[in-house]
Unconditional design. Sequence first.
Length: 573
Amino acid sequence: MTTLEFKPQFFATLKHYSKKQFTTDLLAGIIVGIVALPLAIAFGIASGVTPEKGIITAIVAGLIISVLGGSKVQVGGPTGAFIIIIYGIIQQYGFEGLTIATLMAGVFLIMFGILHLGTIIKYIPYPIIVGFTSGIALTIFTTQIKDLLGLSMESVPSDFIEKWIAYFGSLPTIDAWSAAVGIGSVALIALWPKFTSLQLFNTSILKFLKKLPGSLIAIIVMTVAALLLKQYAGITTIETIGDRFSISNQLPEAQVPALSWDVIKGLVSPAITIAILGAIESLLSATVADGVIGDRHSSNTELIAQGVANLASPLFGGIPATGAIARTMTNINNGGRTPVAGIVHAAVLLLIFLFLMPLAQYIPMACLAGVLVIVSYGMSGWRSFTNIMKNPKSDVIVLWVTFLLTVIFDLTVAIEVGLICACLLFMRRMAETTDVKVISDEIDPAEEDSDFQLGNLEHLTIPDGVEVYEINGPYFFGAGNKFEEIMGALGHGSRPKVRIIRMRKVPFVDSTGIHNLTNLCLMSQKEGIQVVLSGVNERVQAVLHKAKFDEIVGTDNICSHINIALERARQLL
């Protein structure tokens, strides 16, 4: 019986908390809150919901993840990885369907943590992670072309290829002013770090600007520029958030959606995708953070916290959330070392939401598209993608399958098929590590280990009428048929009276291995051949006993050493 692993870092850090650490966490939290603001708005809009829902998600989920999480520095909220799947769920099931799917994902995440699956999820193959992350990045970039260039389109196709065909067909409708704002935003965000590295910004007055993210600077500059162009140049073609959405700074009341079994059944697949994606992203973020601060997070506690956050966020109109690596690294780089910084970040966003949210209506849509273009570039991981292309073909296949399925179909299909491919390739590799060899004439002690009794180091001669086979590696369903194939290839000669099967290098056996061994014993008995097992470890013996295999082969014919097995064979002869 497994024990519940739930040890939030927030309560542990309070025991030795100091005023000095609070000052550092306060500054880090304020900066992270400022960084999170434009991203929360952009992710909300790109996901197909209103901008305030992105901020509400960052507030509610960010607070819960910091208070209950297993990492000291993890900052949670909406992320780019969820954009595509959220948009797809809303298109098919509506916002209420998204709310139910997020609640279900929260339950799944809590179950992952309770069942101690945190460490297992971290072992999902790297090519799968890179494949769907790169695919998401390309898809996000594709969805932003219309707003980035100010294209006049009645509707944008959902299919990836059709979308690009429609874009090229609409190129004559580009709005020059919107395109200038969009491309200018991309350039400003990309060049801001280099700009702030100039000697000019080392003065005490301008030093604080280094802390501000390029995305926030781009939003401020482009919003002011759009207002001035509209006021003094009569330019009204630059679409803003207020032109598309009605902005509200009212805190929503908690609402539980109406649940039905049919809706729940239909949303199981996307809910599992949200849960798996959230688990992977949050644990990867926490692992990266561990490497920077020299700490170790509790993965199962983190999963439970992510689950609770995704139960709470949709009740207040929010969307799925997870640990965000960009905000987490911003927190670390600015001195945040306890969950208090994440709590401050949520408080800062709450204050901005209550008092400054109406100003968001003036932000140009092209500027937000520029922010997401930079986000998609950061997510693309193109260096990792090209590095994996130099790896074995199996990794390259998994990478491309996951990437193409993410882009052409959707993330749910990509994760499911990617995991199936990875599992099949893993089974193939495991099967390749298991081999069966035939030992003829005599056994050389130089090749032996503990299977030989101390002091008995001469060659062991295999008597006439005895065959010895050795299985090296796990005897599971991936390797079960290999033994039968070798037996079949050697079965045309003279029949022995005893077959010794050495299992000293078999760490475990599964039901397929037991089934194959049982068939071998029964077939051998029909042919008048006795099977003797040698070197069976205690773990494998327990499995064989539970399956009542010892009743078939006989307890006396399961031996601990090869010399005992050979002695048993002589007795049978």
